[in-house]
Design a protein around this ligand. Structure first.
Ligand code: SAH
Length: 346
């Protein structure tokens, strides 16, 4: 049923306190309800047992709780779990739990679909339908934290914004969600365990620096040569590498945080020495780390993972230039849960 009632979780704690005062109640009632909504994960007003029945009814008359619902949970043979998450308006996004020996990482979505057009990414085939609200991002994290405790006997340790969507195109809501995730009233997680991954929106990277955010930044670079990058990530035409680099220099000057680059090496696209040289030149202004990620095929074979020699060349040239490099294996491929495979197939 569609409703014109307001989503109660769009209110700040102050707004909720003011609401109760206006209703002739006391401000602390706002704290109580806020705690139910954010710390105790209430799905309905009925759950709020220390609030009177009349007050619960009054809340029911004015607000809704637009909680997400995990519609379909798929488990991979390697322990990865993919959730199809149904939003209050019926749209679906996906989020993934990735366990390793030492950590459990949640990979969460920030938009339904994506407005960018990376040619190797399944999500780009879905047009951007809407931004996720802060509570919808928060709920994905809570759902994965529960699954982590249930299936891996430990709480969630890390979060990456590498699911569907471009987080910096939904910056305000992502920031609000991270505030909730890191606050004691939410999950109390350290921002240092959160990575926001971007295709590179220069203006927003500068804004993040100005906002002095405490979480980490990863940039999906894939090529440091404009013509190559534009051919695989067409929005690079609008946000060319020089602008991206300038924004990253600004970020580094303000935060002194090492910059992480996500990078896939494809056969005949970026697997030559000149590609590595351009990457080294691009990175050298700040301490950097390059994650070489495995390509997860999404289509007819237009893109193919480069061979092992090309990867070895990247590793040895980067290391020789004192750039940290890791080679990442994909997880959850058998359930289409790996990077770039999220496209609501199930
Ligand atoms: N829009 C953000 C976050 C979502 S994509 C970003 O671009 O960073 C998360 C990561 O998966 C990015 O590094 C992206 O480049 C990578 N990716 C997308 N499609 C992929 C594929 N088919 N195989 C491997 N990595 C992919």
């Amino acid at each position: 049923m569609t409703t014109s009632k307001k989503d109660i979780r769009a209110l700040t704690k102050e707004q909720l306190r003011d609401f109760f005062v206006k209703e002739g109640d006391q401000a602390f009632r706002g704290n109580q309800v806020y705690e139910w909504l954010w710390s105790k994960g209430a799905h309905s007003f009925e759950d709020m047992t220390n609030v009177s029945i009349e007050t619960r009814q009054m809340l029911e008359d004015n607000f809704v709780i637009n909680h997400i619902r995990v519609d379909n949970m798929q488990k991979s043979s390697d322990g990865t779990i993919k959730n199809a998450v149904r939003l209050h308006d019926g749209l679906i996004v996906e989020s993934v739990l990735i366990p390793t020996k030492t950590r459990t990482t949640a990979c969460v979505s920030s938009q339904v679909g994506c407005s960018l057009d990376c040619r190797f990414c399944a999500t780009s085939r879905l047009k951007r339908m809407r931004n996720l609200n802060p509570d919808e991002i928060f709920d994905q994290v809570v759902a994965i934290d529960k699954e982590s405790r249930l299936y891996h006997n430990r709480p969630l340790s890390n979060i990456v914004f590498m699911g569907m969507g471009e987080p910096l195109m939904n910056y305000n809501n992502v920031l609000k969600a991270i505030d909730k995730i890191t606050s004691d009233e939410g999950l109390g997680m350290s921002p240092k365990r959160i990575v926001v991954s971007t295709s590179g929106v220069p203006k927003m990277i500068k804004k993040m620096a100005d906002d002095e955010v405490k979480f980490k930044l990863a940039v999906s670079l894939h090529s440091a040569i404009d013509e190559v990058r534009t051919s695989i990530m067409p929005f690079n035409e609008t946000f060319p590498l020089a602008d991206l680099r300038e924004a990253l220099e600004y970020w580094y000057a303000k935060t002194k945080n090492r910059i992480t680059y996500e990078y896939v090496v494809w056969k005949d696209i970026n697997d030559k020495k000149k590609d590595v040289e351009a990457l080294i030149e691009f990175c050298k202004f700040a301490p950097s780390k390059v994650n070489l990620i495995e390509y997860n095929p999404i289509d007819d074979g237009e893109f193919q993972q480069a061979n092992a020699e090309a990867i070895d060349m990247y590793v040895s040239m980067l290391e020789a230039n004192h750039i940290t490099v890791t080679v990442r294996r994909s997880r959850g491929k058998d359930i289409d849960a790996a990077c770039g495979q999220l496209a609501n197939k199930s």
